[in-house]
Structures are given as C-alpha cells and as structure tokens.
Design a protein around this ligand. Structure first.
Ligand code: NOJ
Length: 560
C-alpha cells in the first residue's frame, strides 16, 4: 500500500512538473476560425476584408466566441488561398492595410476577443522577393533561404524537387504546391554526399530562423495574441520518427516567445500532440490527417479513402463505429493531460468539407454533430458558418489554388448574413463575388436564425453559454467514454469535475436506440439537447439507460 502511494505521488509530481503552464485565458477560449476572403465585404469589391470582419465582432461575441483565428491576411500571390505569401510584414491590399489590422485587434481586445493570425512558416510563394533573389545565379543574401541542388543536368534527387527555368543551376524543394518553395530550416542529419542538405546551425537555416522570430515579433508587437502555424511539423527536413529536429527548432522559438510574450499562444497544424505539445505548442489541431484523422474521419467524414459517407458515425444511416476513434481519443486525451496544452479537434476548416456534407443537411443533424465539438475537454474551434449550418457548396468553382486532392472551394463560400443581395455578404454584382453564395431557396442565414428559437445559431449560442457556466463541461472537466463501444448507438461520454457529473448522449441515426451505462448517481436530469422530448433516461441500481429518438442529442446532469 505504502509503495503504491509513493509511486502515485511520484507519478503525480512528474505530471505536475512536466505539464507546461498555459496563459490563464486559454482555458476559457472558444475559438472562431475565419476565412477572410469570404467573411464580410465592407467595400463592395466582392471579396471579404478586415473592416468587414471588424464590423462583425459584435456578432462573433454574441455567439460566445472570445478568440478568432484568421487564415492568412498577408500579401500573397493567391495561388493557394493566401498560404503563398509574398510579404510577411504587410496585410494584402485586398483586405486593407496594416492599420486596419491594428484597428481590428484594438476593437477585438476592447471587447474581450483575442486575435490569432496564420503563420505560414514552412514556405513562401515563388513570387516572394526572397525566392526571386534566391533564384539568381550569383550568390546573395537569400541564396540559402531555400533548399537548392547544384546542377540541372543531374537527375532530381526526389519527387519534392522542382524543375524550373530560373537562372540558378539547380532544383529547389517545394513544401506543398510547386509554387511554394520550402524555406531552409536545415536537415536533421545532413548526409555528406547530399550537397543540398545543410545542418541546423548552417548560416542559411540560422538566418531563416531569425527571420521567423522577426515576423512573429512584428505582429505580436502590434497586438496579435499568437498564431496558428501552418504545417508546423514540416520545417526541418529528413527528420527522424520522433521529429527531434523540428522539435528542437520549436523549443528554441518557444524559449524566446514564452518569455517575450507570456500571454500569447500558438496552435500547430501537426495532428500529433505527443510531438507538437512537447515542441512547445499550446494547442495542437487534430485535423483530418495524421493521428487526428483516426478520430475525425470515422466519426465525421468517412472510414476509408474510398469515401463511404454512410459509414461514418455521424450519419443518419447509423452504420458507424466508435471503438477505434474513442480508443484513439482516450490516448490523445491522456497525452495532452500529461504534457500540458490541448489537442483540439476543429469542426472542419477551409481544407475540409463542411459538417453538412455526408447527408447531414438538416438543422437537427447539424445540432447533433456540432455538440461533439462543443463538449470535448479542449478549447472548441468552430469554422465560420458552422454555427448556422451552412451547406457544403459542391458546385463552387475552383479558386486560387483551392484544388489539392479535392476542390476546397466547397467550404470557402461567403458567409450568409441575411436574405439580402449576396446573402448580405457584399454589395458587388453576384458575378464579382470571390465565390458564389448558396443558391438554395431557403439557405441558412444569421438574420433569420437570430429570430428562430429552434435555429442552429441559437442552439450553438446556448451550448457555448452552458459550457462557460459549467466547469465540468469545459477544459478542466475530466472526459471518459462510458458507452458500450461495441454497440455504438448511442455514443455516450462523461464530463465530470469533483461532484459535478454530466453525460453527453448522441444518436445521429434515423432510428430509436437505447444504451446503458454503469451507475454514476441517483438521478439523471436533462439539461440540454436538441429537444427534451427526444431523450429519456431511466435510472436504477444497475445504472442509467438512455432511450434516444432519431437524430437526437442530450446532456444529462447526474446527481449522486
Ligand atoms: C495547410 C493549409 O491549411 C492549406 O490551406 C494549405 O494549402 C497548405 N497548408 C499549404 O500551406
């Protein structure tokens, strides 16, 4: 017994000492992700802009969001939706000026809203002046900002090397598209016979790291509260399995960043919390790729790359599974609790379909699925338009590099504010819009939903308010799967903190289902859901049995 106690104490002190401390505001953060080109157009040119976003901060706050993350708003060649930067120190003219960004941040702060920018750290546009210099045959300050081989008459060493007709005699490495040359942060273990591989401490990588810090400092000094870092895991090349190379880089950045900007945070596009949180990030984004994909895909989009929508869990066909996803999530949960920081699963993003895809097109289905993202033990991240259940617009044309493995325009269409012209997004002629607005006769929009007590918008607003008022449902509450993993409808997890106990019960299927859990207390009281009459709980000595009508979700409070 004594030995067990000592071990437990040791373990506890290890957990406490290894967990990184986070800025206090982060535990209450509810993040809203905006794609600036299509949020709100203030000057009638058909493209969203910063003044437009500023004019909607009241709305954002009224939903309960207290932090925004904007996809890149910097000068860009617009060949990958802004993720191809031509000047890290200037707002793109389509969005306004640096002063407009400063004004946006100032107003947001006055309203209690934090502002995160998007840091595209791994690559620039091939139209960036640094790259243009680096393409020159004669050596200059930027020659080693990128990774180049010597000699175009040799075979390319690998598929990431790009053929080009620049004066410099060599191939460069791309990070994503060919128009996105990788910045040179060096190689983990440069091979002596690979002349293009430089070490971490070579002059090129050192200069690029210094530049990265300069960019971060520039916007933080203007008031930004941090960044989401694009492809954060990609910077150091030929890294080992544990990503020791890139973690060393981020550790170095964070040592400086946390001291210089202790209240600021960084989110990583990494989807591997063990690596990203130990690298120093505050939140890792569990996306549809990497480890996060093992949770997101089977629950929300598909089980295989062949895309069988009816096989995902949140589908009215009710043919999904939860075991693999929930076991993976439990592992992720334990990882971030041990390391500090969070691993948040965004509802979706500018890269992946809206939740309404996979036939989840009714308001009730949207309420069921979005409840997942708002009741997990991490800061929620909601992509603009999900709070009203915007449709995934399959007919949206390709735009500015939207086509990668799929056309991402489907989830980048203009925010729908009202039934006015262009859904209230812009006064421009419809053919001038960045992307078309939803042409459905009754498209979801903010103005109508504000006045409808049963709207998705009011549901989301109320759920965010409940989460804020109920610590057990927030980041401090424990999370554990309590349903029967092999009878996955309904899916049930518990959120508890001290004496406070809640269970969240989901039935996305188009049939009535019931499921039991072990006893947690004497009474179960319905506190929230899409309709009180759709969810029932019977409690006896054996436990609690939930009977859920088709397409229903409920949060029950369990009294001891
Ligand atoms: C991830 C971004 O989310 C995506 O939109 C972009 O195309 C790639 N990174 C490349 O920057």
């Amino acid at each position: 017994m004594k030995r067990l106690l000592t071990t437990l104490l040791l373990l506890l002190s290890f957990v406490l000492s290894s967990a990184k401390s986070q800025p206090a505001w982060l535990k209450d953060a509810v993040i809203y992700h905006i794609y600036p080109s299509t949020y709100m157009d203030s000057d009638g040119d058909g493209i969203g802009d910063l003044k437009g976003i500023t004019s909607r901060l009241d709305y954002i706050r009224s939903c309960g969001f207290n932090c925004i993350w904007m996809s890149p708003c910097f000068a860009s060649a617009w060949e990958d939706g802004g993720y191809d930067i031509t000047d890290y120190y200037s707002v793109d003219p389509r969005f306004g000026t640096n002063d407009d960004l400063k004004a946006l941040i100032g107003k947001a702060h006055a309203m209690g809203i934090k502002v995160l920018l998007d840091l595209v750290a791994g690559h620039t546009s091939d139209k960036h002046p640094w790259f243009k210099e680096s393409c020159k045959a004669e050596r200059n300050e930027y020659s080693d900002y990128y990774i180049w081989t010597v000699g175009k008459n040799y075979r390319k060493p690998g598929p990431k090397f790009v053929d080009n007709d620049h004066p410099r005699d060599g191939y460069y490495i791309r990070n994503f598209f060919e128009i996105q040359p990788a910045l040179n942060y060096g190689y983990y273990n440069p091979k002596p016979n690979h002349h293009w591989e430089q070490g971490y401490d070579a002059e090129g990588p050192k200069a690029v790291r210094a530049e990265l810090k300069k960019i971060i400092a520039y916007w933080c000094d203007m008031g930004a509260d941090g960044f989401r870092v694009d492809m954060a895991q990609s910077l150091v090349k030929s890294d080992n399995k544990n990503r020791d190379g890139v973690r060393r880089l981020w550790n170095e950045i964070f040592e400086w960043y946390n001291a210089a900007y202790p209240e600021n945070i960084m989110l990583s596009e990494w989807s591997n919390p063990e690596q990203s949180l130990s690298a120093g990030f505050n939140i890792d984004l569990l996306i549809h790729n990497g480890i996060g994909g093992k949770v997101y895909r089977p629950l929300v989009c598909e089980t295989t790359d062949k895309m069988v929508p009816t096989d995902c869990y949140f589908n009215r066909a009710g043919r999904g599974q939860v075991r693999a996803a929930m076991e993976q999530y439990t592992d992720i949960y334990n990882t971030y609790r041990r390391l500090g920081g969070y691993a948040s699963m965004p509802t979706n993003s500018h890269d992946i379909w809206r939740l309404s895809r996979m036939n989840r097109c009714t308001a009730e289905e949207q309420k069921v699925v979005i409840t997942l993202f708002l009741t997990l033990p991490t800061p929620p991240i909601v992509y603009y338009g999900e709070e009203i259940g915007m449709r995934n617009l399959e007919y949206a044309p390709a735009k500015e590099g939207s086509v990668s493995s799929r056309n991402r325009s489907v989830c980048r269409t203009p925010m729908q504010w009202s039934t006015a012209k262009n859904a209230g997004f812009s006064t421009a002629a419809p053919e001038k819009l960045y992307l078309p607005v939803d042409n459905a006769p009754h498209f979801p929009n903010v103005a109508e939903q504000l006045t409808d007590p049963n709207s998705v918008l009011n549901y989301v607003t109320d759920l965010i308010a409940l989460r804020k008022a109920t610590p057990a449902l927030g980041v401090e509450g424990e999370w554990r799967y309590v349903g029967d993993m092999d009878n996955p409808y309904p899916m049930i997890y518990a959120r508890t903190l001290g004496e406070e106990q809640y269970v969240v019960v989901f039935n996305p299927a188009d049939r009535t289902v019931s499921g039991s859990i072990a006893p947690m207390g004497k009474r179960a009281e319905w506190v929230f859901g899409n309709n009180r009459s759709l969810a029932k709980c019977k409690t006896n000595r054996a436990g609690h049995t939930f009977t859920m009508q088709p397409i229903s979700v409920a949060i029950f409070k369990i009294g001891r």
